[in-house]
Design a protein around this ligand. Sequence first.
Ligand code: DGY
Length: 312
Amino acid sequence: MRVFVTRELPGNHLDRLREKGVQVEVWPGWTLPREVLLERVEGVVGLIPTVEDRIDAQVMDRAGPGLRVIASYSVGVDHIDLEAARARGIRVTNTPGVLAAATADLTLALLLAVARRVVEGVEYARAGLWTAWHPKLLLGLELEGLTLGIVGMGEIGRRVAQRAEGFGMRVVYTSRTPKPLPYPFLDLETLLFTADVVSLHLPLTPETHRLLDRRRLFSMKEGAILLNTARGGLLDTEALVEALQSHLLGAGLDVTDPEPLPKDHPLYALKNAVITPHIGSATTRAREGMARKAVENLLAVLEGREPPDPVV
Ligand code: DGY
């Protein structure tokens, strides 16, 4: 039984597979060329891919009929063709929960960075421009009293809400259905024109693709902040650039469309856009937890049990 893991993972959870006699192949590179992925999956029973790997029908067919499980090392599964997996009887699993706190922390870090112009301040100091204290230097916004609108109230959204309350923010939210939570539920349109800060926490699916189109981005309050630690495809990037030039105070983006964001992308030229390279879950605890979950899910399927985190 051979399993292909498309990147080295933190921790030693893959040893659990080895102890069970599974042959584990781990790709040692920083990136994985498509041709190599197609070669390496041949004959595997299981695959542990990351969000970097497009797992479509071609990959599944190259793996062959022995492929039983794709245990994604991620909570989002938009990089996997779920219909193709379903049609071939391949189970797909993800890693919810373990990365929620880390991602919520980074969301708040981005919010503070945008509101208090942290990156501008660091660059200003580094450039040797800090020659005096001045009452008008780098004035920003304080969070207390602002309204945070959370779009998608899953595990990450809830943790962002808890953290925001600690900063004295008022929380409102929208999601597919209202939940038993102490925050007002609003429809998306009302949330967008009510909130001072809008934070996206929903999966990328055909229904949510470019949910924040040009009209919706410009329907946000003038001077509002947009946060995206979910998926870049949830918004129209070109329209966001324009909104940042004329309408919004700023944006904190851990995910972009395209991703990685090319070096010469106009978003980088905007001082009010704080961009991090998709590191929402990048803490040792979260990434080891994701490895543990991917292995548990994979083993469950190989041993004929129901996986703890089934997607398909
Ligand atoms: C996920 O898990 O979907 C994140 O985007 C990467 O950790």
